[in-house]
Design a protein around this ligand. Structure first.
Ligand SMILES: [Zn+2]
Length: 858
């Protein structure tokens, strides 16, 4: 400020002189800028914190962009009393009245010749909170940096300034990019002389992915309600591990679950009846409150494993109830020690549904996962409200890159949540701005004010970015959003892969319609800026276009591998690769100005199996990328969504096809685990490769399939098995798997799946794809299934003998020469996990039917 002091008096005097000239025509207005000249000064409190100063800076910056004039900023003690003022923040003395505000609500009020802009502000703790670096590809924080942002809490004064700029200056933050803001030109700026408006946002927070840039230093996250007004310590779900180290296992195995007859810290699951565990978790929570957080998340680790110790079983048979009782005890203790704080209680897995006799008090907000209406209904009346967690929105899940929700669905979601006591949202983020930008904008604006009209917001968005191309772009989005993505994702229980999503949602006809509309927009765009914004959508739409063609051809190829289809498929893969090579090379300046999601798209296209990249910034990865080797690399993130074939296919090599031969059984073998019948000796053994081999034999007759697995095991004494129950967690033990698709000879879409371990009742049978794409229906059972097993310690091997009735598979008796599809697998769970899969391919997973080989009936 020192350098400015010498300039200020003259400047202010000029403004004061001008004020006298403003006539009575506008007596009922407070004029701030007139004829392009400043008619007021901006005042900040002498002791203003960094956020208030930042908000005053935005005010000056955006008024300058709109009117071309720069308002002077002065401290409260030096503020002149002869001109109009905009006071940003809380004045000295009586301060500002915040009685009608909640969360980070704000107020705009004229008092005499002063416009007050302020809101509810959390006190700044310690020094100003540092921002993540900005620059190309670093907008969309990924990972740890957001935590500091969540420690900041309500900044209503910042909101007051963005609210003022939106309401009276027409500013709109449409895209989180340099060229994504609209500040319409004007030479006059005034507010009603009797202005007094308070505004409270409909939700306390939207966190998870900061899709409107970081939460702190950019006005768009305030204007578009994508930040937190609560100082919240969020762990992305699972907080136990932060308070109880897995290393404790060395000294205190009793803190962890009794699983398979022994204490285990695998997956970091605790024994909920253990008194010390309760106290450790309580202390962790209390210390985090003492660190300055108002809300702290409480949630067990992922992939739950129940404790089967006597004390736990004595508590209650119901494992979910046991966990809820543990959480209730912790929450009730916190209510006594920290009555003003809130526990954000994760409702997930075993704790996903409440138990009527385990109530929670008003110091608890329930974090409902899955975001399904049934869950929200179930949790009503527990705690004082709910937040929802819908991670599927992330580009690492389900369909991957693409639209996840339409503007209309976003509007419906906001209304539904508001009407059902949902006060905060954790959303995994999407970054496909070129395709989903209008939805983000609608979601952001309506989370502040649910009364806004989503159609009008989409028009506003398109007018602001595309100018003369607004109409054809709206037509493009209208067709793109004619599918109900959010609705489909929920109905399909998130099981849709990239491939299924593209094939179902973007058939060639839809792609042609979109292409036509986008071309019209490209022709209509009449400014450099509009053309650049249309190009962002073009770059992302071309992903859908290439993928649709490639994947539809791939399906045809799987059904009929003829040379013509193969050639067309090869050409479409080449087309995709040419597009990909161009996209990943887009430079930082273009990304900064016009392509906010580019870094994420580039990662999505280059990671292949390298899932670690999901959490890194493209900024740090681009130089490590092997651009030359990219062409045969799959896409996506292995967390939840990836695609290998057909991108990874070697079109120069013949397609390997594995065959498992089953022979006719001279007589049915006895199903006892002993493979001593002569019938087995007559069946060829198929080997599953691995550190230690597995041999599988198959027989059939008019009634059944018979299978024999022989598993060599040098560490037979450490075999990880226990007696179980039908459809229990067999896959946590040493086991074998059998997948069979009787309906398919070339391309399977649905199949039956058996997992069997050498222990009593250790069998899980299910069917996949019968209800929808990758839906796994565990309620299905093969009623006539027979299992025998044997563990041969001396011979260092174990075996499984299986009889599967054809009636259970709804299959006719195979005839010699018939071909089905299927796969064979083994899971070793001794020390490290080893997964052995006989026929590999597709997306590489056990459950991908594209990996299946042939089952040939000799
Ligand atoms: Zn226990």
């Amino acid at each position: 400020m020192r350098t400015r002091c010498c300039l200020l008096p003259t400047r202010l005097a000029a403004i004061a002189a001008a004020v006298c000239l403003v006539g009575s025509a506008h007596a009922r207005e407070l004029v701030l800028v007139d004829e392009g000249r400043a008619r007021c000064a901006v005042v900040v409190p002498d002791e203003a914190d960094s956020f208030t100063k930042m908000a005053a800076g935005w005010l000056v910056d955006y008024v300058q962009r709109a009117t071309g004039t720069t308002l002077p900023i002065v401290g409260e003690s030096e503020s002149p009393d002869d001109i109009s003022l905009i006071f940003v923040g809380h004045p000295r003395g009586t301060g500002a009245d915040t009685s009608e505000l909640r969360d980070d609500g704000c107020r705009m009020r004229v008092d005499g010749r002063t416009l007050h802009l302020y809101g509810l502000d959390s006190p700044v703790r310690g020094s100003a909170v540092a921002e993540p670096k900005t620059g190309p590809w670093l907008y969309h924080w990924e990972s740890g940096q957001s935590r500091r942002a969540l420690a900041v809490g309500a900044k209503g004064t910042c909101r007051a300034v963005t609210r003022f700029l939106e309401t009276f200056c027409g500013v709109r933050w449409l895209m989180p990019a340099t060229e994504g803001v609209v500040a319409p030109k004007r030479d006059r700026l005034a507010v009603p002389a009797d202005l007094d408006v308070s505004f409270n946002p409909a939700f306390s927070f939207y966190i998870g992915s900061a899709f409107y840039r970081s939460q702190l230093s950019h006005p768009e996250s305030y204007a578009n309600n994508t930040r937190s007004s609560v100082r919240i310590r969020h762990y992305g779900g699972h907080s136990y591990i932060h308070w109880l180290s897995p290393a404790e296992f060395e000294e205190h195995p009793e803190y962890f679950v009794l699983h398979n007859g022994a204490r285990s810290n695998v997956g970091h699951h605790v024994c909920p009846s253990n008194e010390s565990v309760r106290r450790i978790l309580l202390r962790g929570l209390q210390q985090t409150f003492d660190d300055g957080y108002d809300w702290v998340e409480l949630g067990q680790s992922d992939g739950h494993v129940p404790c089967r110790c006597d004390a736990c079983l004595a508590m209650t048979e119901d494992d979910g109830r046991r966990m809820l009782l543990l959480h209730k005890w912790i929450c009730d203790e916190v209510a006594r020690s920290h009555p003003d704080n809130t526990v954000l209680l994760l409702a997930y897995g075993p704790t996903g549904k409440p138990r009527s006799d385990v109530p929670f008090g008003r110091n608890v907000v329930v974090e409902v996962t899955g975001a399904g209406q049934d869950r929200i209904e179930a949790w009503k009346g527990f705690g004082r409200g709910m937040t929802v967690y819908h991670y599927w929105f992330d580009d690492g899940m389900g369909m991957g890159w693409g639209p996840k929700m339409t503007p209309q669905e976003a509007a419906q979601m906001v209304h539904y949540y508001r009407d059902n006591n949902v006060i905060g949202i954790f959303g995994g983020g999407g970054r496909a701005w070129g395709l989903i930008g209008p939805t983000y904008y609608v979601l952001g604006r309506m989370m502040g004010d649910p009364a806004l009209d989503h159609r009008q917001l989409v028009s506003e968005y398109c007018d602001g970015l595309y100018g003369a191309a607004s109409q054809p772009m709206q037509a493009f989005y209208e067709l793109l959003y004619s599918r109900k993505y959010w609705h489909l994702a929920h109905r399909r229980k998130l099981r849709w892969s990239i491939e299924e999503s593209i094939v179902h949602l973007f058939p060639p006809k839809v792609i042609h319609g979109l292409e036509e509309r986008l071309r019209r927009a490209e022709a209509a765009a009449d400014s450099e800026r509009a053309r650049a914004w249309v190009r962002t959508t073009r770059d992302e739409f071309d992903y859908l276009r290439h993928m649709s063609r490639m994947l539809h051809l791939y399906r045809a190829y799987l059904v009929d591998e003829n040379a013509a289809i193969r050639r067309q498929l090869h050409e479409s893969v080449n087309g995709f690769n040419t597009w990909r090579q161009r996209i990943v090379r887009i430079d930082g300046e273009r990304a900064l100005n016009y392509h906010p999601g580019h870094g994420y798209l580039a990662k999505f296209l280059t990671t292949g199996a390298n899932s670690g990249w999901y959490y890194d910034a493209w900024h740090d990865l681009r130089d490590k990328t092997d651009y030359e080797g990219l062409d045969r690399t799959g896409i996506g993130f292995s967390e939840g969504s990836s695609l290998n074939e057909p991108i990874t296919l070697d079109f120069d090599a013949a397609r390997p096809q594995r065959a498992f031969h089953l022979v006719q059984a001279p007589s049915p073998p006895t199903i006892d685990g002993k493979l001593d019948e002569t019938a087995w000796a007559g069946a060829p053994a198929t080997r599953i490769d691995g550190a230690t081999p597995t041999h599988v034999r198959g027989l059939y007759d008019g009634e059944n399939l018979y299978l024999a697995y022989e598993c060599e095991e040098p560490m037979i004494d450490k075999l990880n098995v226990q007696d179980l129950y039908r459809d229990g967690e067999v896959s946590l033990m040493d086991c074998v798997e059998f997948m069979v698709a009787p309906e398919s000879a070339t391309y399977a879409t649905r199949y039956y799946h058996f997992l069997v371990a050498p222990a009593k009742d250790a069998v899980m049978d299910l069917r996949t794809g019968f209800r929808s794409g990758r839906d796994q229906d565990e309620s299905w059972n093969a009623d006539g299934l027979k299992i025998g097993y044997r563990i041969d310690k001396a011979g260092k091997r174990w075996s499984i003998e299986m009889m599967i009735p054809l009636a259970d598979l709804r299959a006719a008796a195979p005839r010699s020469g018939d071909v089905w599809m299927g796969n064979l697998a083994r899971e070793r769970r001794i020390d490290a996990v080893e997964l052995q899969l006989w026929s590999q391919g597709g997306d590489g997973g056990f459950t991908d039917p594209k990996a299946f080989g042939s089952f040939v009936f000799d």
